[in-house]
Design a protein around this ligand. Sequence first.
Ligand SMILES: [Zn+2]
Length: 419
Amino acid sequence: MTSILIKNVWLDRDTVDIFIEGNIIRNIGKNLDVNAQQTIDGSRKAVIPGLINGHGHAAMTLFRGWGDDMPLEQWLYDRIWPREAKMTEEDVYWGVKLACLEMIKTGTTCANDMYTMFNATAQAATDMGIRMVAAPTIWDFFDKKNTEAAKKQTLQYLKDAQKYSSRITFAAAPHAIYTVSSELLQWSHDFANDHNLLIHLHLAESRTEHDNAVQQFGLSPVRYLHKLGLLSPRLILAHVVWLDEEEIKMLADHEVKIVHNPNSNLKMASGYQFKYMEMKHAGITIGLGTDGCASSNNLDLIEAMKTASLLQKAWRYDPTLFSAQDALDCVTINGAKILRLHTGKIEAGRLADLCLIDLNCAAFTPNFNFVSNLVYAANGSCVDTVICDGRILMQNKQVPGEQEILDRAAAIAYRLMKK
Ligand SMILES: [Zn+2]
């Protein structure tokens, strides 16, 4: 069994050793007397759990900077979908590799992803060594022919999912209520129940989505799902900016999980009044995501933590809200709970997903409050070493194969965007 010993690393105001055996954190303590295959010098470094990106579309790194500064609907219909239609499995594979590279470099060890080409995504994540809840996006645009094709495709992908690493978890992902019929939404719900899967869905993202739902279904987005009987503990909703008190209670009563994507919501001007405090008080588990690079342009969760915190303080006129610790909890312990993973905390017995943060830099000097520095002063470039599932994915800020990924992904992106 592989083993790693991290010597003299800073953890919660103390200096400790961490012993990893296989893919598990086996022991944490002072001067551990163990033999390990690999030893990492943790001095002048702090350890944090590997970060968990609660919502994204990894392959969309290829669309970085392609279609900025326009409304969500125009962006999706005019800029993104026509180019996505040209993508091959190979394109998606390299786009996802680029995403994984960026995530590893900024401390993310696990992503909750939704995208169309499941096999290319799962293979790239497997090859890069990160953990992923990978869900093939489905939609039918309210056309019966598409509904049946989407069901068939999902069943095939569920079979395919057996081929990949144990770090890859399969999930269901109906895209949104404005692209998926109630029949396909209900089918996804039953399918997820039958196979004990999570369901990943965009909801109540923009004012347009909210207003159209009221017009089309006579109900706001959350009430519409409630009426269809789709609210459940296995449901993960991305965004949920447009909702009222009664809808928060519906979500809490059904233990629905929420992922906030502050940078995407701000950039697309989808809405900024994310009701974090009301949801937290109602007992809802809230994670954080970056969303895809087409809408928020990077996958740096440390930057997302800062935006989320500043956003709550700003729109509520209250600087005490959404502390740095709240932000860190969203991308660690809450993310783990949402994705049903035994990660999110540096603790013996948990899966060995962790990052070492370089303290020998301006953002951590002085270091009165490590979590404050991490969230408010640093960004993803402070991450030095990343371990996922007991394997070192990055050390001294170096990821093997980095240059090839940058070159190939760039070439694919230029080709796709050519007329
Ligand atoms: Zn999204």
